[in-house]
Ligand binder design. Structure first.
Ligand code: 13P
Ligand code: SF4
Length: 351
């Protein structure tokens, strides 16, 4: 058999085994063909593919050399010796890869893969906050663009947010831009949090007499803000033994009502390492499909069809086009990159 045909067949079998209950066979065959061509070109061009846990199942299970959450993929981006990094994720993730590996060509398969959290804050907003709270260290979630990171002291991800806040001991910190992640971390670290309000007239400072050790921002993830405590109550009424996992971008009420909260990879590990009658994931819905495909003996309940529209932009077709046409090249101006790098590296040192 010809090597190409062989590779296509192998990929088809691999995908069929995992996804036969998730997508139709004809589609699996089509995707296997695309994936085989991507893998061939990836080798020819000395490229590495990083795939976030939210990638659609056929992509997730075929072409990435490394899969993971934002923190794990940042580490992979920093370590690779390949010439090209194809980032199957959203723009802020690809930018982080460029910040860490400026000498590499970093490509993102779609120019439309944004993020509602990254859009919620600008570098000018951060400068205003720093004026309002001089000397207060600024922590930013990695779900921000490079110019915002450049204004901050340190980054964090959902996988290390509490550790980063704790690294400042008793100091008051600014934590941007996710209101819910900040509130969840405040609860976990025992700190009170306040939120300045952005108005047409500028930022409105919260009452300085309030007792607080964290200052947040009112950004939200358009996916995770959709989950409610009512969803949890309803599902528990139907399945009393269900184990519910919520991403920390969900509201504090939802996280408090869930059984476990962690980064996307932490949730995957939790399902792999435990044995419950049913699981429910309160996060982007492709990830539920990806976990179900890898844990066929575990019952994953499907509550949501909440797909991140930005992650949804990344397809196998576009990944192939990225390799064929060297698109879309991710750039970060050097003056911004070096400042953003400090914040990203400081995070990586914390672990
Ligand atoms: P993780 O870092 O947990 O993978 O989260 C990234 C993200 O965008 C979640 O919505
Ligand atoms: Fe951004 Fe939310 Fe999509 Fe994650 S799920 S990339 S936080 S919009």
């Amino acid at each position: 058999m010809h090597a190409d045909v062989d590779e296509k067949e192998l990929l088809f079998e691999q995908l069929y085994k995992k996804l036969r209950n998730v997508i139709p066979v004809a589609e699996i065959r089509h995707k296997a063909k695309l994936a085989a061509e991507i893998n061939r070109l990836k080798q020819a061009r000395n490229a590495v593919i990083l795939g976030h846990n939210y990638m659609e199942p056929a992509l997730y299970h075929s072409v990435p050399d490394f899969r993971g959450d934002s923190l794990e993929l940042s580490r992979r981006a920093a370590q690779t010796d390949k010439d090209i990094i194809i980032f199957c994720g959203v723009r802020f993730m690809a930018e982080t890869a460029k910040i860490l590996s400026p000498q590499k060509t970093v490509l993102i398969p779609s120019s439309k893969a944004g993020c509602s959290l990254a859009e919620s804050i600008t570098a000018e907003d951060v400068r205003q906050l720093k004026k309002m709270y001089p000397g207060v260290p600024v922590i930013t979630y990695v779900n921000t663009y490079a110019d915002v990171k450049a204004e901050c002291d340190i980054c964090c991800t959902s996988g290390n947010a509490a550790a980063v806040v704790r690294s400042f001991k008793d100091e008051t910190v600014i934590f941007l831009p996710d209101q819910y992640l900040a509130s969840n971390v405040a609860r976990e670290t025992g700190k009170h949090i306040v939120f300045p309000v952005k108005s047409a007239a500028g930022l409105i400072k919260p009452d300085p007499n309030l007792d607080y050790a964290m200052i947040g921002w009112q950004g939200r993830c358009e996916v995770h803000e959709k989950f409610t405590v009512e969803d949890i109550v309803n599902i528990r009424a139907q399945f009393p033994d269900v184990v519910i996992l919520a991403h920390p971008e969900c509201s504090p009420e939802v996280v408090a009502a869930a059984d476990y909260s962690g980064s996307t990879s932490a949730m995957i590990r939790y399902v792999q390492e435990t044995k419950a009658p049913h699981y429910l994931l309160l996060t982007e819905c492709s990830m539920g499909d990806n976990i179900a495909a890898e844990n066929p003996e575990k019952e994953m309940l499907r509550l949501c069809s909440v797909r991140c529209p930005h992650m949804n932009e990344i397809t196998l077709e576009d990944t192939l086009a990225a390799l064929q046409k060297t698109q879309y090249i991710v750039t970060v101006p050097e003056e911004i990159r070096v400042r953003a790098l400090r914040a990203v590296q400081r995070m990586l040192e914390i672990g």
